[in-house]
Design a protein around this ligand. Structure first.
Ligand code: 13P
Length: 271
């Protein structure tokens, strides 16, 4: 059985109060959640990770060390060190006690990293970052999803297959055993219009089968999480799908009670 993972991507949001207050709040709610999970007979344990803006990593480390919550960054450099202004290396990230890193989020692909690069070249960059993360013992959460235009053109599987093949070509299928994949349809991010549970299941199952062609055991243990307008109201139904192993949460991760409720949904939706 795969342990569900709920990851909270704060994106470039500074909380209303302060990051410290939000982090402490996350911690307090996680402790309440743990108690709630223990008391619920059909609930199982889950992993929780948050991704604050990198300037808050030190606070995250101070506040969350020793707790059950993991933390990580929203990006990582494809290089170890040198003249790469604005970049942060995998070893620097590790130095802040991070366990996870997001790679290839569509907001990076669409807003910054496209710069006339085609999607195949972007996949190669993602694969380089992936290698750096793995070499530092970080768990990469690799994001992939299609735009509304590609969805309408029926290109979802093609886009996902291309990235998976690049990852496997670079690192071999077994490296995926220490990786999380996140299916995030671009049209569902921040729109309030999440994918239907059936659609998420269809795509996740396609991803698992694609990996299984190379390595069945890795495919079976691989966690594939869903992101895009997950809220407490739709979380249970989405997480109940057999190939959905948790969620990557944007907006709702800044609302601690909502985030906690989504985490609880994952704990009771194990399959
Ligand atoms: P929303 O949950 O706000 O749609 O964002 C999803 C996301 O992009 C998480 O990385």
């Amino acid at each position: 059985m795969r342990k569900p993972l709920i990851a909270g991507n704060w994106k470039m949001n500074s909380p209303d109060e302060s990051s410290k207050v939000l982090l402490v709040n996350v911690l307090v709610h996680a402790q309440l959640l743990e108690k709630r999970i223990l008391e619920e007979k059909d609930a199982s344990d889950i992993d929780i990770a948050i991704f604050p803006p990198s300037v808050y990593l030190k606070e995250a480390q101070e506040i969350l060390t020793g707790s059950k919550i993991h933390w990580g960054t929203q990006n990582v450099s494809a290089y170890d060190e040198g003249p790469y202004t604005g970049e942060i290396s995998a070893s620097m990230i590790r130095g802040f006690g991070c366990d996870y890193v997001l790679i290839g989020h569509s907001e990076r692909r669409c807003l910054y990293e496209t710069l006339e690069l085609d999607q195949y070249v972007l996949d190669q960059i993602v694969a380089k970052k992936y290698a750096k993360a793995i070499n530092q013992g970080l768990t990469p959460i690799i994001c992939i999803g299609e735009t509304a235009e590609d969805y309408a053109a029926g290109k979802t599987e093609e886009i996902i297959a291309r990235l998976l093949d690049v990852l496997i070509e670079h690192q071999g299928p077994q490296a995926l055993a220490q990786t999380v994949l996140a299916y995030e349809p671009v049209w569902a991010i921040g729109t309030g219009q999440s994918a239907t549970p059936e659609w998420a299941q269809k795509v996740h199952s396609f991803m698992r089968e694609r990996v299984a062609k190379h390595d069945a055991a890795t495919a079976e243990s691989l966690r594939i999480i869903y992101g895009g307008s997950v809220k407490p109201e739709n979380a249970r139904e989405i997480f109940a799908q057999p190939d959905v192993d948790g969620g990557l949460i944007g907006g709702a991760s800044l609302e601690v009670e909502e985030f906690s409720e989504i985490c609880f949904s994952a704990a009771v939706s194990t399959h």
